[in-house]
Write a protein that binds this ligand. Structure first.
Ligand code: ADP
Length: 244
């Protein structure tokens, strides 16, 4: 449903509609190991986005003919729950969900040592409980933590954030309204400690300088997100240690 456009997305003091400055991210909360029945899991809140990810593997490939002799098959499924958006979304997988499943899989795959697990499957299921712009980046954050929590061998975690554009101003971590009425959306994912980009999409028009600036802005946020991912993973295992 189209919302009525706000009068302006940035006020005279440079504040956005939710009060943030252009380089401010929404509050982020990550919890690792939230599901008892998955091999690994994570819950992520990024502003009003609420995302849960479950990881499985390495396990048997079904159907078996899809198994690969030299590496694991890596699958991702992104699902938006019917109540995650303002107007009920059909539970039928949409084209957007199929596309985002692929985008998220391709953003996470470079971090996994798939060759260590030939003839097996590694799977990540992502459910969007509540959406407010940036669900693919929140899903990548959650998916990486769920994979690490499942004990899958990884080169690095993957963290992600979108940089948007309002007029000519670059803004970090756009929300739903900014996504709908702003002038650009550039989701970026990186392996934070390696500094390698695993996803870069762009909606809107950017100058080469703006692209460089957007990557720098994202990189700073990605380091913060990474620290929170590590904290979430550590705190789960510290809690287990203390209870032993
Ligand atoms: P992302 O969530 O990664 O930003 P999009 O740019 O495709 O991906 O979507 C932007 C936002 O639009 C979503 O986060 C969500 O808030 C909203 N949205 C997406 N699909 C629907 C839908 N079927 N109904 C209502 N809102 C939707």
């Amino acid at each position: 449903m189209k919302k009525t456009p706000p009068e302006r997305l940035i006020d005279e003091n440079g504040r956005r509609i939710d009060g943030r400055l252009p380089d401010e991210m929404r509050p982020l909360r990550i919890e690792a190991g939230v599901l008892k029945n998955a091999d690994g899991s994570a819950y992520v809140e990024l502003g009003n986005n609420k995302v849960i990810a479950a990881a499985y593997g390495p396990r048997e490939v079904v159907p078996r003919h899809e198994a690969l002799p030299d590496r694991a098959v890596f699958r991702c499924r992104y699902t938006m729950l019917p109540f995650s958006v303002d107007e009920r979304k059909s539970p039928q997988p949409s084209r957007r969900e199929v596309e985002l499943s692929k985008v998220i899989r391709e953003a996470l795959a470079p971090a996994i040592f798939l060759q260590e697990y030939p003839r097996t499957a590694i799977e990540v299921y992502i459910n969007i409980i509540q959406a407010d712009g940036g669900t693919r980046t929140a899903s990548i954050i959650a998916g990486a933590v769920a994979l690490a929590d499942a004990g899958i061998s990884m080169r690095d975690l993957v963290a992600a954030i979108a940089v948007g554009k309002i007029g000519d101003i670059l803004v970090l971590d756009i929300n739903g309204i900014e996504d709908q009425f702003g002038d650009g959306d550039m989701p970026i994912a990186m392996m934070p400690s390696r500094g390698e980009i695993t996803l870069l999409q762009a909606d809107g028009v950017y100058t080469p300088q703006q692209i460089e600036e957007a990557i720098k802005l994202a990189q700073k946020a990605i380091q913060k997100i990474y620290a929170e991912q590590v904290r979430a993973l550590k705190s789960k295992y510290e809690a287990i240690k203390e209870s032993e």
